[in-house]
Design a protein around this ligand. Structure first.
Ligand code: FAD
Length: 409
């Protein structure tokens, strides 16, 4: 068992693996602790979509940088990643949402993300399964893309290992040594690893890890699901991603069929402390009726999901963490020198992880990231503590209005 490290990263999902890789690239001695198999929990279950135009210019720049890094992932890391630059359509069915799209077009132009309105006929040329009815406005963002989610975190793990990082699977962080000047070590069943820097990238469990470090973390683990159909004639990888704002539904091509996922109004929220310590995401109970309800809510735009011959090839789900403002939660944990967190993925952590891991490594090594992360830093919640009921309700609302929250809040 390794006795010391410059940085101990807790968790080998997209967040932990990416920051570990970027820290190792800066020459630091990195240890990654993973309680389960490497990269096996929420990250490989994602949809793998990017969405570049965000609520603020800084967040848009972060998402834009992530797409540049996803496109160059194999060249940079030497690891495989299925990357499809399919572009994305965003559909407004109300005047209010059309106004939101107009703001997104302006915001995209400010930062240099290509995005503009297209006609419904143009949208249908790109996505022939799209129904015409009920659409008020549509935007087209040609540089959005999708990736194979299972390849990203394991790719970063392997690339980090090649740079000297030590990956310890089935080795949980069980506690911390914290002295007067901050973090001194991380306890594991194999012994204590002496370190001055720890990164909590524990996904659904991040709040438990932060509590172990003595810091509150206002996030709620929230179930999110998707389905993938059996192959459908005429459906191909050239199909763009499509999102319907008010319905909170996304659709994309996958393996010759269609992927559908979305954000229901009353998601299942979990208290990870109440689950057995051995709990794994594959044991999460799923409910496909949630997805059929979402599919029915877009039946005019996606009548194909009402076809009784449609067969589900895969139904999967995981536990992203939500914040009250639907933005990531990253940076130094207040009150514990040397403790950092990457959490609050808000169902958008996989796609942004390349840029976020890079920025966090800069923050840790250089004292500040090159991209401005103030919009998503832990510090923004200082002095705004909520009780558990209020926290859950605000996180539920953020989830239930994700396509509005994600771009306008
Ligand atoms: C159905 C679905 C669709 C999604 N679609 C998208 C999408 O289109 N685009 C997008 O960007 N994101 C999407 N997401 C969200 C994305 O999956 C998450 O944002 C991302 O996976 C978060 O990564 P993570 O590293 O925080 O979590 P995880 O992948 O869960 O990794 C955390 C790791 O920490 C480990 N851990 C926990 N406690 C400990 C401990 N004590 N010691 C050691 N290790 C520990 C866990 O075992 C786990 O492996 C989707 C999610 C779901 C479920």
């Amino acid at each position: 068992m390794i006795g010391s490290a410059d940085v101990v990263v807790i968790g080998s999902g997209a967040f932990g693996a990416s920051v570990a890789y970027h820290l190792a690239r800066r020459g630091l001695r990195v240890v990654v602790l993973e309680r389960s198999a490497l990269a096996s929990q929420t990250s490989p279950r994602a949809a793998g979509l990017t969405s570049q135009v965000r609520a603020t210019p800084a967040l848009t720049r972060l998402a834009q940088r992530a797409v540049v890094k996803l496109a160059a992932f194999t060249a940079e890391t030497g690891q495989p990643l299925r990357f499809t630059q399919s572009g994305a359509l965003k559909i407004a069915r109300t005047e209010r949402d059309a106004e939101q799209l107009a703001r997104e077009v302006t915001r995209g132009a400010e930062v240099g993300v290509p995005i503009d309105f297209v006609t419904v006929a143009d949208a249908r040329r790109r996505l022939p399964i799209l129904g015409e009815r009920g659409i008020v406005a549509v935007t087209w963002s040609p540089t959005d893309c999708n990736v194979e989610p299972s390849e990203l975190p394991i790719g970063y793990c392997r690339a980090a290992e090649k740079l000297g990082a030590v990956l310890l699977a089935h080795m949980p962080a069980t506690g911390f040594e914290v002295g007067a000047s901050g973090v001194e070590g991380v306890r594991t069943p194999g012994g204590t690893i002496a370190t001055r820097t720890v990164v909590d990238a524990a996904g659904a469990w991040a709040r438990l890890i932060a509590a172990g470090l003595g810091a509150p973390l206002p996030v709620v683990a929230t179930r999110h699901q998707l389905l993938i159909t059996e192959p459908i004639p005429g459906v191909g990888p050239e199909f763009p991603i499509a999102r319907v704002i008010d319905a909170n539904v996304y659709v994309r091509h996958e393996r010759g069929g269609l992927m559908l996922g979305g954000y229901e109004p009353d998601p299942l929220q979990l208290d990870m402390a109440a689950l057995p310590p051995s709990f794994e995401i594959r044991e999460l109970s799923l409910d496909i009726e949630v997805l059929w309800r979402l599919a029915r809510s877009v039946s005019e735009q996606f009548p194909i999901f009402q076809d009784p011959t449609i067969r589900v090839a895969e139904h999967r789900g995981g536990l992203p963490t939500l914040t009250t403002d639907d933005r990531y939660l990253v940076g130094p944990l207040p009150g514990v020198a040397g403790a950092w967190v990457m959490s609050g993925c808000c169902v958008g952590g996989l796609s942004v992880s390349p840029a976020l891991g890079e920025a966090m490594a800069e923050w840790i090594v250089d004292g500040a990231p090159r991209l401005d992360l103030a919009d998503i830093s832990v510090a923004r919640f200082a002095g705004h503590e909520l009780d558990e009921t209020a926290l859950r309700e605000r996180c539920r609302h953020a989830y239930a209005t994700h396509y509005r929250a994600g771009s306008d809040r």
